[in-house]
Design a protein around this ligand. Structure first.
Ligand SMILES: Cc1cc2nc3c(=O)[nH]c(=O)nc-3n(C[C@H](O)[C@H](O)[C@H](O)COP(=O)(O)OP(=O)(O)OC[C@H]3O[C@@H](n4cnc5c(N)ncnc54)[C@H](O)[C@@H]3O)c2cc1C
Length: 583
């Protein structure tokens, strides 16, 4: 795995903390450096580890509860992947919905979340919707705390957010599963950060607000400090931590608790290879997402939730070949005269489904052929989409003018070019090649798709049937007004027949992630659980470093930031109730 991504090397972001840590895990008080020194370097009530949205939410909440707080961050700067994000927060029953008189009731919202997270067990008539009690408890904790967390952060001046509106449509954002009867409020839960001038900002704005709030409260923050080992003391559980900075070890005593919000493990090649199904090629998370908490909490005996979970997105294979650390994912696939096929030339997914769910299809296993037939999907489009949607990533501003775009004057020529490229990169795909039937199948697939586009009804994958498909389309992929191509006159905005003449274009798509979201399991108070399901005293977690409370479901725009902010808030409030250790 290469070292460079997002314009930063791992060494650059981890200068102070040292790129590698000798050992990660747990040390007993007796064996700790604090004992050897006879004193701790720092003492606080609540120690927060990380500086993304979960950590800052926890730090501000803990401070406002009256606890002494110290925050450590292993990078040289604050904000984490949260600062790189679009800054959208999915908050059910939020203040903007209430202001519009829209009721986002508890039972209905829980049903939506339970349906999306556990489709294999969801039963609206069964107790707990068919979920395990602890699974429902996490969803309840999220619903009960998300809106209050935002209200409290707003009231204290830490956060300024407003309803997030879909730019071109100027309407509230549609959820990622709007088309199930359980979703009674299919639009309007996402919020976005608003800057001092009243304009909607991105993750940089969100994290500028939250890190400013941390610093304005006088919360001590130590950058370049990498949490390495928990310090435990028998029955008292976790009582502090050893962090590494510039080759030295620093000891921090936490009289109430340690809260981790340290991101996922997507940039640790070993963890990713071990725990991710199929192959995960790259991620747009910041390079610090290395899974430190899995090693640390694992050594403390934490029970692991579903370790293989991730917030998924398709990514460009050609970009991943340069570096798995990516600037962005192919969150939305632009174009209307566009489809995706696998190595057999067959469509396998609704190309306009949300990024998290759509990407799942890459890891479908063919038991008869013993292969992942969708490991690489081929995004194929014509001149209409190349020019009409020019500049909507990953369609380049000028047709074909990017290393990740293959082209051919006919479908046969395109097929030959794709085959050639697959041969060149065989070492990165396990020797994947096009099936001999690809060319013939592709033609038939296009013909079938064109029929669906004309009828406005995709009988195979229901593209365009959900509001999401058509409403997010102009947000991520507005048709260029000056392209010379007519607006789509067919019934579904996101489907248009492909032309029967070339040129044609192809981009190779593979599975990637915003970050992983598998790790230690928590309870509804954000307490990390041990192998027996009991809380590990003094240890809390939020965000991508723990097993996601929603499983792998991504309820709507802002899902991951909303979850992390909320569980950071829950953790701080629960930790506030911990008995203060005097010695
Ligand atoms: C381009 C892009 C756009 C996105 N847009 C959205 C969006 O609009 N809405 C949404 O919900 N999600 C979005 N996401 C996903 C979202 O950014 C992440 O899921 C979220 O930021 C994770 O937050 P977190 O609280 O888990 O911590 P992170 O923001 O991941 O921060 C973790 C921090 O912990 C630090 N850390 C790690 N290990 C240690 C250690 N041992 N000691 C000390 N510090 C440590 C890291 O350096 C880092 O600063 C996007 C992601 C990307 C890449």
């Amino acid at each position: 795995m290469g070292d460079r991504g997002n314009g930063l090397t791992r060494r650059e972001v981890l200068k102070g903390a040292g790129a590698a840590v000798a050992s990660m895990g747990v040390v007993s008080l007796a064996a700790s450096r604090a004992s050897a020194q006879g004193e701790w370097d720092h003492t606080t009530d609540i120690l927060v580890v990380g500086s993304g949205v979960g950590a800052c939410s926890a730090a501000v909440t803990a401070h406002d509860n009256g606890d002494a707080v110290l925050l450590i961050e292993k990078a040289e700067f604050l904000g984490g992947t949260s600062a790189k994000s679009a800054g959208v927060l999915w908050i059910p029953n939020n203040f903007t919905l209430k202001a519009r008189g829209i009721e986002d009731g508890r039972a209905d919202c829980l049903a939506y979340m339970a349906r999306f997270s556990y489709p294999e067990r969801f039963d609206p008539q069964a107790p707990a919707f068919g979920l395990e009690a602890h699974e429902l408890a996490l969803l309840e904790a999220f619903y009960d705390n998300a809106s209050p967390a935002v209200d409290r952060l707003r009231a204290s001046g830490a956060l300024s957010v407003a309803e997030w509106r879909m730019f071109a449509l100027d309407r509230p954002a549609t959820d990622y599963l709007d088309n199930v009867p359980e979703n009674k409020v299919p639009a309007g839960r996402p919020l976005g950060p608003v800057n001092a001038e009243g304009a909607m900002g991105l993750g940089a704005e969100l994290m500028a607000q939250l890190t400013r709030a941390v610093q304005q409260r006088g919360v001590a923050t130590l950058t370049g400090h990498r949490a390495a080992r928990l310090v435990t003391d028998g029955e008292r559980g976790v009582i502090g931590l050893e962090a590494e900075t510039g080759g030295a070890t620093v000891t921090i005593r936490a009289r109430k608790a340690v809260i981790f919000a340290t991101g996922g493990y997507v940039h640790d090649p070993g963890l990713t290879a071990r725990h991710q199904r199929g192959r995960l090629y790259g991620s747009c998370a910041m390079p610090m997402a290395e899974g430190d908490f899995i090693r640390i909490a694992g050594a403390a005996g934490a029970r692991m939730g579903k370790l293989g979970s991730a917030w998924r997105t398709q990514v460009l294979l050609e970009e991943c070949l340069n570096s798995p650390m990516l600037a962005a994912g192919a969150f939305y696939i632009p174009g209307d005269s566009m489809l995706q096929v696998n190595k057999y030339g067959l469509r396998v997914v609704n190309e306009h489904r949300n990024y998290n769910d759509r990407t799942e299809v890459h890891s479908a296993y063919d038991a008869s052929r013993a292969e992942y037939p969708n490991q690489v999907l081929f995004m194929i489009y014509d001149q209409r989409s190349a020019e009409g949607f020019a500049g909507a990533y990953p369609i380049p501003a000028k047709p074909g003018d990017a290393a990740h775009v293959l082209s051919g004057s006919t479908l046969e020529a395109l097929t030959a070019r794709v085959s050639e490229r697959l041969e060149e990169i065989a070492a990165s795909t396990g020797g994947l090649s096009l099936d001999p039937a690809f060319g013939a199948n592709l033609k038939a697939t296009i013909q079938r798709f064109n029929g669906f586009a004309i009828a406005g009804r995709d009988e195979d994958f229901q593209r365009g049937a959900a509001a999401y498909d058509n409403e997010w389309h102009p947000v991520f992929s507005p048709m260029a007004a000056d392209s010379g191509w007519p607006a789509n006159r067919y019934p579904a905005l996101c489907m248009h027949p492909l032309r029967d003449e070339g040129p044609y274009y192809c981009t190779l798509l593979v599975a990637g992630a915003l970050d992983t979201c598998g790790g230690p399991a928590i309870d509804a108070s954000a307490r990390v659980l041990d192998a027996g399901g009991k809380p590990i005293r003094g240890l809390y977690g939020a965000g991508n470093c723990i097993a996601s409370p929603s499983g792998e479901a991504y309820y709507g725009a802002g899902h991951t930031l909303g979850m992390s902010l909320t569980f950071g808030y829950i953790a701080a409030n629960a930790a506030h109730g911990e008995k203060l250790a005097e010695t």
